[in-house]
Design a protein around this ligand. Sequence first.
Ligand code: 4NP
Length: 157
Amino acid sequence: MKQFSVLFVCLGNICRSPAAEAIFLDLLSKKKIKDKFLVDSAGTGSWHIGKKADSRMRFAAKQRNLEILSKARQFQQDDFYKFNYILTMDNSNFEHIINLRPKSNDTNIANVLKMQEFSSKFEETEVPDPYFGGEDGFDYVLDILEDSVSGFLKDII
Ligand code: 4NP
């Protein structure tokens, strides 16, 4: 199997993208293919750099035996060259990343995609931002991501 590199991107890098990263890593571990992948997450914003994921998201993940270990970082221009795939959580993240993408025909530049393209069980076209909502929102985001992240893996391998 070839090597893959995947970057999950949201706004703050404390709720959705670290959850997607943890779900994806867990799936790769279960399939015993983790060594074939470089996986990371980042935010388009800079407010939470260096912080652990939101405690509400870590708690919701823990209920499913998932540990979210990543610390927030901001998206960097060289991420376009480090990763094969950049998966954005909502349309605003997608537009933001597309606007930053180098305007060249270089084939080494990451493929920028929307996470929800890979969902089969949910009608949502975006992964909703749970930050300003209630506890239920975090569980719902995890449900959505479990579906779309596994759809993405099936699509690429
Ligand atoms: P995320 O959620 O993009 O899923 O990490 C958010 C976290 C923080 C903020 C917005 C969204 N914020 O405005 O600080």
